[in-house]
Design a protein around this ligand. Structure first.
Ligand SMILES: Cc1cc2nc3c(=O)[nH]c(=O)nc-3n(C[C@H](O)[C@H](O)[C@H](O)COP(=O)(O)O)c2cc1C
Length: 164
């Protein structure tokens, strides 16, 4: 089975997980960003994996546009997705809003893989947004990382073991 992992994230967490998942699944898995060349040949893949981060309560438009444009194909292939964020309890609902109920339910393997924030990486305005989120969630985002290499590899193995 051929897998295409389409991912989008702004600060490296999602891209890093995409790389780990690709390496775990092996050469039957390609990776692409929503605006990349491989997305044009999405029909040639049997299994599609979507990876995204959440920003300001939403799945970014690069991913929602990709889903919108490829809804029929996504529905007719094996589908999995993973999410990076700081509020894991809200992650699936946010993904469900972005995908719609039917496509969300079509997804077989779904994982929330934690989130990473390094305040120093961001400009003043983004730091203020993140500090506010830190206050609301009780988390300290100066150097925050709830991702787990093991969790990411587990997600990839589920896909590898079940979609042969
Ligand atoms: C500007 C900004 C806004 C964010 N908003 C949310 C949010 O509303 N909810 C949430 O759970 N996580 C939020 N996050 C956390 C990100 O989803 C998390 O840091 C993730 O690891 C980022 O992935 P990336 O490194 O691939 O961009 C936000 C992060 C940033 C930088």
């Amino acid at each position: 089975m051929r897998h295409l992992l389409v991912y989008f994230g702004k600060y490296g967490t999602t891209a890093n997980s995409a790389r780990i998942i690709q390496e775990t699944i092996g050469k039957s898995c390609d990776t692409a960003t929503p605006d990349g060349e491989k997305v044009k040949v999405i029909r040639g893949y049997d299994s599609l994996i979507i990876g995204t981060a959440i920003y300001r309560g939403r799945v970014p438009s690069a991913i929602t546009a990709f889903i919108q444009e490829n809804r029929t194909i996504l529905n007719s292939r094996r589908l999995s997705f993973f999410i990076h964020c700081l509020e894991p309890k809200l992650a699936f609902e946010r993904m469900r809003s972005a995908m719609g109920d039917q496509l969300f339910e079509h997804g077989q393997f779904k994982a929330v893989l934690g989130g990473r924030v390094h305040l120093d990486q961001h400009n003043f305005i983004t730091r203020q947004i993140l500090k506010r989120k830190g206050k609301n969630t009780g988390l300290n985002f100066k150097n925050y990382d709830s991702t787990s290499l093991e969790g990411t590899i587990d997600f990839a193995r589920q896909i590898l073991d079940n979609f042969k």
